[in-house]
Design a protein. Structure first.
Length: 192
């Protein structure tokens, strides 16, 4: 691709070949093979000049765009500052507690990022749904994904003093004192 671009820019096989450290015959054969592969004549050749055909000019412009995209992709991380869209998914409570308080500082530090934040309580398939980062509570299921613990969240079980011990206590726990009981309620199954 670079050889083709150079031939169009220099209007010469010899000059393009010299720029890239190739022999003229190697450059000529490579362009002939490219034309055969594409099924189109890309260059008009005379003894003094090489000019792109209409198809050659279209191909030249596409090659420039492709190489520009490749160059941009390769340089995106060289300055150490990420750019582009960052897709995040988190439970609404985790978003409010951990993400939003630090958002202004994060956006000031990385102005080249556009955040797309999705909220929900279902586990998203990060790869299939194109999500870059997810905030989750709990243990990570065995996967090939990279995970990092951000914080430890303590859990507290609370009950109202108005709950009568006769109706509230469903089970005694062997590890808790005898005056403490545990009640398990679920919207899917009646309490036992």
């Amino acid at each position: 691709m670079q050889l083709f671009l150079r031939v169009v820019e220099r209007r010469s096989f010899s000059a393009a070949a010299a720029d890239l450290g190739l022999g003229r015959s190697t450059a000529t054969e490579a362009i002939k093979q490219l034309e055969a592969d594409l099924g189109a004549r890309l260059l008009e050749r005379t003894t003094r000049h090489v000019t792109p055909t209409l198809e050659g000019q279209v191909h030249y412009e596409r090659c420039l765009a492709i190489l520009s995209d490749i160059d941009e992709a390769e340089n995106a991380f060289r300055d150490g500052k990420p750019r582009g869209i960052l897709r995040i998914d988190a439970h609404p409570l985790l978003t409010r507690t951990f993400l939003l308080p630090h958002l202004p500082e994060f956006l000031a530090r990385y102005p080249g990022l556009d955040l797309h934040i999705g909220q929900g309580d279902r586990l998203v398939d990060l790869v299939r749904e194109g999500v870059d980062c997810a905030l989750r509570a709990g243990e990570l299921a065995d996967s090939g994904l990279i995970a990092r613990r951000l914080a430890t969240i303590g859990e507290v079980t609370c009950a109202s003093p108005a709950i009568s011990p006769a109706t509230a206590c469903r089970r005694r726990s062997p590890i808790l004192p005898p005056d403490i009981c545990v009640s398990v309620l679920s919207r899917h199954a009646p309490a036992k």
